[in-house]
Design a protein around this ligand. Sequence first.
Ligand code: CO
Length: 420
Amino acid sequence: MDHLEAFLNFVEQSPTAFHAVANLKEELRRAGFRELREKDPWLVDGGGKYYVTRNDSAMIAFAVPRGGFGPYRIVAAHSDSPAFKLKPRFEDVAEGAYVRLNVEGYGGMIMSSWLDRPLSVAGRLVIREGDGIGTRLVNLDRDSVLIPNMPIHFNREVNEGYKWNIQTDLLPLYGDEKAGGKLMEELAAEAGVSPDQVLAHDLFLYARQPGSIWGAEDAFFSCGRIDDLECAWGCTQALLEADPRDTIAVCAVFDNEEVGSLSKQGADSTFLYDTLTRAGFALGASDGEIRAAMADGFMVSADNAHAVHPNHGEKFDRQNRVYMNRGIVIKHNARQKYTTDAVSDAIFTLVCEKAGVPVQHFSNRSDIPGGSTLGNISNAHVSMNTVDIGLAQLAMHSVCETAGTKDLDYLIRALEAFWG
Ligand code: CO
């Protein structure tokens, strides 16, 4: 199976950050990586390969060279994507005739893209288990709910740019008035427990529409959550295929980037710092040697980039604009929303040159503030030379995004070279 086909398969199996991390873990485990737990002591050896998770929604994997401790070479991406999240008490009878679900927004999604398409529900249930609690991943994986539009006859301005209100416009329909309690029954059955065992949940809506490769010469592909599962999956594949010689190869997939990264499992947490220092100590390095390895480290912050829109080229900078299928995007911002500077740009450009991978440069129009990502946030905890990169895509934060079919291979090849 080629990389893109395997990636589309991964996206279908990964409706939430919990599923993405579970699936990445499984691939690493099958390739001989061993699990470390934060609450246990760590045994780490030269030549060993490991992974550790936090909250089951963030993961850091690393491969130690045979010679043992060395400088850190880090690639970071994120596991989460914008979606609607079910509130703790989510059932709501409307008009005496419907059960709809009470949801809130997670991250900045393009709301209109979620309407009038069947959606499903996935996430985790926390259940009563013996004297304590247990966790179950669930994915209904069937069309279960839908957010209906108003007919245009009652909403004549919908094509003039409509301001959606999640609380009043976007609550999804689940069933008729007799459907009360049925969704939790379905979810509990999926998890193999009874509904009264369920204590709490983190549940999200997602679209089941399978990925599609399309266009002249199959230039493009579309599916959900390309931002940032393409980089998260791509950097994990590169780690599986890499053979680090004298540096520690680290692949970090953080949660909660779409809501600002400030959580125990986000880039604005101690997760990376804790993992790097614990791995260092377990390899016999001193505090000073670990700090030196960070100072001598390099980080690639990998989160997707905006390709020039075919109908709105005017929104993009004239010289620093990027396109799908033309290689890895290096992102620049003078205010350091992106961490790239001349040194990290030059180093990563050389890595790509050696790997035979094209690079292109992105900078926003000076009068359009861009997004930000996890590189500069992570640098507040683990400071090292960092470059911000991504792959060019269209329709970021739509329920169905689009990217170029050639770029995933470029990413994997460049990161293998970075770690090789
Ligand atoms: Co992103």
